[in-house]
Ligand binder design. Structure first.
Ligand SMILES: Cc1cc2nc3c(=O)[nH]c(=O)nc-3n(C[C@H](O)[C@H](O)[C@H](O)COP(=O)(O)O)c2cc1C
Length: 409
């Protein structure tokens, strides 16, 4: 069921006796790590209350198409875009007919028309209704249209009949849905990424920093998430939107970044389900300032007449990546080497000196790539080998790095 972790599921519930099973189904999906939003038809609300499904899903239940409040917030198009999959369970014969013929006369059918994600239906109805030629034609057409059918099962029915038409059990539906998602190469891992520059205060209005934009770290966060990892992004001051489904912690200085990193890794290590080898990955993309002023003035430093020189005393900042690489158990630790000369030689030295598992070397002297650019070109180096990724978007570079990390775990 790990494949449901972090997945966004829209569950449609239609009017049938089996609607009571959708409560259990929501529990199964949420236990597997999915986020669930429920849409109910009017008939479904005669069988089970929205309140029950709202309490179980932890989200408001969507009931009406023409609801001005809902349209201002999570309207039908937004909801269709939100879902990674749409599951209708139970799916009534009437709903199946409406779906087959492209109706958009209520929220659920409109959502199905708008959805670009996979749609799964778990029919539930009397065996005679299921076997009817009208219903069988509809099912055939839906399968031709690419709708995925789950069940139905066979057995005793609420009406007293025995036969095909029972909704599949919630456990089976959840499993089939989980299997429908491809396993990402980092499924089940926790990835912690630092990104951006740090700012080291000189006084309340001035600081020392660097040109890092954070774009590489943010692209890696998206790539790791898409590969199935749960991602925490510890970001210095950058002007970038938080990627969807990524947990972001904002920091300012190198010392703040070290505290946030340590707390995050402590928390993950305590969680026994993720502490096995290779399950925690640390990627240090942040351009952490090597030095900071030894004191930060509490008031703005004034310009003194007749004194052309101002001397700042700097002290060394903590080495975040070396600190992470000394932890026990040690996360799979990936560093970045942004150099302006002898890039490969410095990177190889850094991998050995800091006990890293991998280092990404990039030449920031090339103005077309590196800091602030949307492009990059890197060499991925690990103890047994290396791989060069030619100039490409940071998203493509990030995917190559994530793929290489998954091969080395
Ligand atoms: C007590 C009762 C039980 C029903 N059970 C089912 C059922 O299991 N499957 C089904 O397809 N229709 C069943 N129906 C009929 C649907 O509720 C009806 O077709 C309704 O219009 C479906 O609306 P919806 O598809 O918008 O939810 C039942 C009706 C009643 C009164």
């Amino acid at each position: 069921m790990q494949r449901l972790a972090n997945k966004r599921l829209v569950l449609g519930v239609t009017g049938g006796i089996a609607a009571y099973k959708s409560a259990e189904l929501i529990r199964r999906l949420i236990d597997a790590g999915a986020e669930v939003r429920v849409v109910m038809t009017s008939a479904a609300q005669e069988f089970i209350t929205p309140l029950t499904l709202q309490a179980l899903s932890g989200n408001p239940v969507h009931l009406a198409l023409l609801d001005t409040e809902a349209e201002a917030g999570m309207g039908h198009i937004e909801l269709a875009r939100w879902g990674d999959a749409l599951l209708i369970a139970p799916a009534s014969a009437d709903f199946i007919a409406r779906l087959t013929h492209g109706h958009g006369n209520d929220l659920l059918t409109t959502l199905c028309l708008a959805a670009r994600c996979p749609i799964h239906i778990a029919p539930a109805m009397n065996q005679g209704m299921w076997a009817s030629s009208a219903n069988q034609n509809n099912i055939q057409q839906l399968e031709t249209n690419g709708i995925h059918l789950i069940g139905p099962g066979s057995g005793y029915q609420a009406c007293g009949d025995i036969g095909l038409g029972r909704m599949s059990e919630p456990d089976d539906i959840a499993q089939i849905l989980a299997d429908s998602f491809q396993t990402g190469s980092l499924t089940g891992t926790q990835v912690v990424i630092t990104a951006g520059p740090t700012r080291e205060a000189i006084d309340p209005v001035r600081y020392i920093s660097n040109h890092s934009s954070g774009k590489m770290g943010f692209a890696l966060a998206e790539a790791a998430r898409d590969a199935g990892a749960t991602v925490t992004l510890i970001a210095g001051p950058v002007n970038l939107a938080t990627p969807d489904r990524v947990n972001r912690i904002n920091v300012v200085s190198a010392e703040d970044m070290l505290v946030a990193t340590t707390e995050c890794l402590d928390h993950l290590s305590l969680n026994s389900s993720v502490s096995s080898e290779g399950s925690i990955i640390f990627i240090g993309t942040a351009a952490v300032a090597d030095y900071r002023p030894d004191t930060s003035a509490t008031q703005k430093i004034k310009k003194t007449q007749g004194n052309p020189n101002l001397t700042l005393q700097l002290i060394e900042n903590p080495d975040i990546i070396a600190t992470v690489a000394k932890r026990s158990p040690k996360p799979f630790t990936v560093g970045f080497a942004a150099e302006t000369q002898n890039v490969l030689a410095y990177a190889n030295d850094k991998i050995a000196r800091k006990n890293l598992d991998m280092i990404i070397a990039n030449d920031v002297s090339n103005k077309d790539i590196g800091f602030n650019s949307d492009l990059n070109a890197v060499t991925i180096i690990w103890p047994e080998g290396n791989k060069t990724v030619d100039i490409a978007s940071k998203a493509i570079i990030a995917n190559s790095i994530i793929q290489q990390i998954s091969l080395q775990l």
